[in-house]
Design a protein around this ligand. Structure first.
Ligand SMILES: [Zn+2]
Length: 109
């Protein structure tokens, strides 16, 4: 089963991942990191949208889903895995691969 990675799903898990990443953090900006942790923890499940998370953190690195083939930021991507490495692939790239396969089948080289 191919796992689907979405911005929405990443946003839902962002408060927990952020808290784990910055628990006991003492480096530069630690007060700000703590304020962000508290704001994120204060969100209800419904409030954990990508837009809200990005706004609180100040960038979209915690919710961004980038295609590993074309580098576009997308709402969702398929995680193709060989059991060791995952490749996030967007719908356009999957469709392009499907079309290439289909046309090769129609006109075998
Ligand atoms: Zn792509």
């Amino acid at each position: 089963m191919t796992e689907i990675v979405t911005r929405k799903g990443k946003a839902l898990g962002a408060p927990k991942r952020w808290a784990q990443r910055y628990a006991g953090y003492q480096g530069s900006g630690s007060d700000e990191k703590q304020r962000i942790t508290e704001k994120l923890n204060g969100l209800t499940l419904e409030e954990r949208t990508p837009e809200r998370i990005d706004q609180i953190i100040g960038n979209d690195t915690w919710t961004r889903v980038s295609c590993d083939l074309c580098d576009d930021s997308v709402e969702r991507a398929a995680a193709l895995s060989d059991g060791i490495n995952d490749l996030l692939v967007c719908e356009s790239c999957l469709r392009a691969a499907e079309i290439a396969l289909f046309s090769e089948r129609k006109n075998p080289s």
